[in-house]
Design a protein around this ligand. Sequence first.
Ligand code: F6P
Length: 320
Amino acid sequence: EKTIGILTGGGDCPGLNAVIRAVVRKGITAYRYRFRGILKGWKGMMECDWEPLGLEEISGILPKGGTILGTSRTNPFKEEDGGEIVVDNMRRMKLDALVAIGGEDTLGVANKLASMSVPIVGVPKTIDNDLNGTDYTFGFDTAVNIVTEAIDRIHTTAESHNRVMVIEVMGRHSGWIALHAGLAGGADMILIPEQKYTIQEIVSTIRKRHERGKDFSIVVVAEGAQLVSEEGEAVEEGTSYETRVTVLGHLQRGGTPTAFDRVLGTRFGIAAIDLVHAGDFGKMVSLQGNEIVAIPLAEAVNQLKLVDQELYDLATVFFG
Ligand code: F6P
C-alpha cells in the first residue's frame, strides 16, 4: 500500500478543498492509496506535521472555501538546508509521493524538489490567474464573480451621489481580476500592472465621460497598478468630482467556490492522482482549452502569465 502526502501552500483560494477531495477520493477508491495531509504547506513538510486523510475527512468539504489542511508562505529553500530537510522528512513520514497544490512560490519549491528526485506532482492555484502554462487556475472565477457583484453594488452609490468610485482589486503582478471583473461590471476605466498610466490620462478619461453627460464613473484598479489612495486624491483634485476608494481585499479570496472552480479543481485533482499512479512526476496539471494536460513544473514557474493584450484593448472601447 502506497502512502501519498498532499499539501496546500501560499494564499488560500476557493477550490482548494475540491482538489483535495478529488485527489483523496480517487486515490483511495481506485488506487488503494493511504493519504497523509501535510499541515500548513511546506511548514508541515519541514516539521513532519501531518494528519491522516481518509474518506471521512474529505466528506462535505467540496463547497467550503479555504483549505482543510491549512496553509503558509513557508519556503524551505529560503531556510538553511531546507531542501534536504524536506527530502529527509519524505522518508521519515514514509511518503512514496507528494501532491503540492499552490501558486508560483509553492510550485517553485516543487520544481526544485523534483530536480532532487522527489516524486512530486503540482496542481496550479491562484485567484490572480497569472500562473504560466495553464489557461485558468481555480479561484479566479470565484474572485471575478465576487468583484463583479461588488462593482454592481458600488454603481448604486456612484449613480446616486454622482461620484467617481475607485475599486481596488487583487493582483500584485497582473491585472486578470481587474480586467475580467471590470469588463463584466462595466467599468469606465481599468488600470492594470501590465500598463503604464499617468494621472493626467485617468483624469482626462473621467472628464471626457462627465462631459458627455455621465456624472459618475467606476474605475477598477489592480493593486499592483499604482497606489490607490494617491489615485483617489489625484482624481478628485484633477477632476473636482467627489471620489471614494473601496479596497476589496480578502473578500475576493473568501467563501464558497463557484461551480466552475469546483469543476476545475475536481478535474485537476483527478488528473494529479492519475499522474502519481502513472509515476509521471515533476509535472503540473494544466487546463489548455478544454483539455486537462500535464506540463513540466519548470514551465509553470519560469515566468508569469500576463493579461491578454487583445482583451485589454477590447476593454478600452468602454473607457471614458
Ligand atoms: O496571490 C494571491 C493574492 O491574493 C494576491 O492577489 C495578493 O496580492 C496577495 O495574495 C495577498 O497576500 P496576503 O494574503 O498574504 O496578504
